[in-house]
Every structure is written in structure tokens, then in C-alpha cells.
Design a protein around this ligand. Structure first.
Ligand SMILES: C[C@@](CO)(OP(=O)(O)O)[C@H](O)COP(=O)(O)OP(=O)(O)OC[C@H]1O[C@@H](n2ccc(N)nc2=O)[C@H](O)[C@@H]1O
Ligand SMILES: Nc1ncnc2c1ncn2[C@@H]1O[C@H](COP(=O)(O)OP(=O)(O)O)[C@@H](O)[C@H]1O
Length: 305
């Protein structure tokens, strides 16, 4: 096969517990990931030389972020292809074309999603035949949340986020995402977390029992109350105006409102499609929102289409 197309979802963190910084600079996490219906696509086409190229396209007019996605070896999709080649000894080249929908530096793992998609697409077109398990090992080297994007659905994330284990979950949830005008650097938000917590004891992170119970029961209202994110204070310290966005969604009756990962995307849980439309409408005129998107989760991880 000379070309393959992979669809890959964004992720949200239903809870994000963050522990004290480790010796390697990373933080231990206790999170529940959910893959949501907001997808990038990566098309891989084999070249007849050894080059690896990437192009990035977007249909999203309201955000001009594609300009900040590197179209060179720094692109995470290219790094994934190089890592797969290194691991398998393949010498083939590939053209990668990314259709970008997931917000860039939005706390929804868009770059990690493209890395996961590139692993699956290149493994297919190069015929390198690595198992999902072997791809997960490579994924963990590319970024903390890349293994989850291969997996999809709902899952518990441990370690620095790269260990993914199953969670008992029921139900399909209605989400509204408020995208900000500019992204936030994950590294900068973790550094702010360390600055704020310097001199304070930071406990080891845990996944709250109330959140696990809500997911087991498929109870949207209980899930809304159990949403949590230990990076909130740090992200709001860097972007105080995000608290206005969260307040607008809460006033519109959201069952729960938190930042997605390290932000700045804000996420709101709705009880049904109509409620989700009401919340989206309230947010659409907020000055801090570049775009408002209604979505559903969970959905599967990176898949060939
Ligand atoms: C915070 C989370 C939560 O799901 O999501 P995002 O907000 O980025 O989407 C992730 O852990 C992000 O994962 P990812 O974007 O793959 O981060 P990485 O490339 O591994 O790390 C980028 C930087 O973030 C910091 N980092 C990341 C993960 C972690 N557990 N501890 C950290 O301190 C480190 O400074 C690291 O250099
Ligand atoms: N394919 C890619 N898509 C998006 N960002 C990328 C990609 N490759 C590299 N990057 C870089 O990674 C950074 C973080 O991107 P992203 O994964 O979207 O954010 P987050 O970690 O907040 O979810 C961006 O600022 C961008 O420069």
C-alpha cells in the first residue's frame, strides 16, 4: 500500500492529579483520560527516496494557529516517523499531510495525537508490522500522552502520563470546548505549578473515588461535580482571563467546568445535546473564546480509515 489515512482524536483529562516534581523534571500524574470527537487526520504517502516531509492544513478559520505548527523535523508526526524508522531499520521515506482540527497548545494533545497517527500510518505504509504494544513503547518516548492517543476511549494515566490502564466506564458524554485565542505551553504551566508550590508539601496524586464511581455509573451529573485539575491555579496565574470563560459556562448551567490539561481550552459538561447548545451559545460571545465546539466522548483512538 503506498498511502494510508489515520483519524486521531483529541483528549481531555476528567481529573488531573499532579505530584511533586521528579528528579528528571517530570511530574507524577494520576489522571483519567477521555478521547473526544474532535479529530486530526494524518495521511502518509510513501516516497521513492529517504526523505520525510510534512505539510499542515486547517479548515478552522477562527484560529490562525497552523502558522505555529512546525513543518520540519520538529513536527511531532515527523519525530514519530523517524523513531519508527530507527526502531525497525527501515530506510523508506514518507510525505505526511496533517489536517489540523485539534487546537494547538490547547491542552488537548493535538501534537501528541499527530505523533500517534503518524506511528500507525507509517507502520502501515512501510509494512514494518509492529504490534500495537510495540507502537505504545515508541509512543511513550515521544510524549507523556501519546500512548493514550493510540488507545482512545477512557483510561487511567499514571507515571508521567505514559502508562495507560483500563477504567470501568459507562455512558457517552456531551462536552462543550471553549478554545482560547492563544495556546499555553505545557512546560510553562508545570513550571508555574512548581513556583506556586515551592515550600509547600505536594501530596502524591490520586484519582478521586467519586470520579471513578460516576464513570462506573455513567452518571453525568456526578461526573460534572467530580471533575478536577491540579494545574488550574498555575494556568489561571498565567492566564487570569480564563476564569471569566469558566464562569460563563457555569452560569449557563454546565454540570462541571474545568481547564483541559494544562489549558487554555476550557471544557464544560452538558446533560444532553440541547443543554450543550445552550452552553455553546452563552460562550460564543465571550471575548476570551476564539471558537466554541460541541463534542462527544468517549471515542476510539488512532485508527486507519
Ligand atoms: C499536561 C498533559 C496532561 O494530559 O496534557 P497537555 O495539557 O499538554 O495536553 C500531559 O501530561 C502533557 O503531555 P505531553 O504534551 O506529551 O508532554 P511532554 O511532551 O511529555 O512534556 C512536555 C513538558 O511538560 C512537562 N511535564 C509533562 C508531563 C509531566 N507528567 N510532567 C511534566 O512536568 C515537562 O516540563 C516536559 O518537558
Ligand atoms: N503536529 C503538531 N501539531 C501541533 N503542535 C505541534 C505539532 N508538532 C509539534 N508541535 C508543537 O508542540 C507544541 C504543543 O502542541 P500541542 O500538542 O497541540 O499542545 P498541548 O500539549 O497543549 O496539547 C506546539 O506549540 C507546537 O509548536
Amino acid at each position: 500500500m503506498s498511502s494510508a489515512n489515520v483519524r486521531v482524536p483529541a483528549k481531555i483529562n476528567l481529573c488531573l492529579g499532579v505530584g511533586p516534581v521528579r528528579g528528571d523534571g517530570y511530574h507524577p500524574l494520576a489522571t483519567v483520560y477521555q478521547a473526544v470527537d474532535l479529530h486530526d487526520e494524518v495521511r502518509a504517502t510513501v516516497r521513492d527516496d529517504e526523505q520525510i516531509t510534512v505539510t499542515v492544513h486547517s479548515d478552522v478559520d477562527a484560529r490562525s494557529e497552523v502558522a505555529i505548527v512546525p513543518e520540519d523535523d520538529d513536527n511531532l508526526a515527523v519525530r514519530a516517523a523517524r523513531l519508527l524508522r530507527e526502531r525497525t531499520g527501515s530506510t523508506q521515506g514518507v510525505d505526511l499531510a496533517i489536517r489540523k482540527v485539534i487546537p494547538v497548545a490547547g491542552g488537548m494533545a493535538g501534537g501528541s495525537a499527530d505523533a500517534a497517527a503518524s506511528l500507525v500510518a507509517c507502520n502501515e505504509v512501510w509494512g514494518t508490522g509492529l504490534s500495537r504494544q510495540a507502537l505504545e513503547v515508541l509512543a511513550a518516548r515521544l510524549g507523556s500522552d501519546v500512548p493514550f492517543l493510540l488507545h482512545g476511549g477512557n483510561a487511567i494515566g499514571g507515571g508521567r502520563g505514559e502508562t495507560v490502564s483500563p477504567v470501568l466506564a459507562r455512558g457517552s458524554y456531551h462536552w462543550v470546548f471553549a478554545m482560547a485565542h492563544d495556546g499555553l505551553s505545557t512546560k510553562a504551566v508545570f513550571a508555574e505549578f512548581d513556583r506556586i508550590n515551592a515550600g509547600r508539601p505536594v501530596p502524591d496524586p490520586v484519582v478521586p473515588d467519586a470520579l471513578l464511581a460516576a464513570l462506573r455509573a455513567g452518571d453525568a451529573e456526578a461526573l460534572g461535580s467530580a471533575l478536577s485539575n491540579d494545574l488550574t491555579e498555575a494556568a489561571l496565574s498565567l492566564r487570569p482571563e480564563l476564569s471569566d470563560t469558566l464562569s460563563i459556562g457555569i452560569e449557563a448551567g454546565a454540570l462541571g467546568a474545568i481547564l483541559s490539561g494544562s489549558g487554555p481550552t476550557a471544557l464544560f459538561l452538558a446533560s444532553d445535546a440541547e443543554h450543550s447548545l445552550d452552553i455553546a451559545f452563552a460562550l460564543s460571545s465571550a471575548s476570551g473564546c476564539a471558537d466554541v465546539v460541541q463534542s462527544r466522548g468517549p471515542v476510539p483512538g488512532a485508527r486507519l480509515t
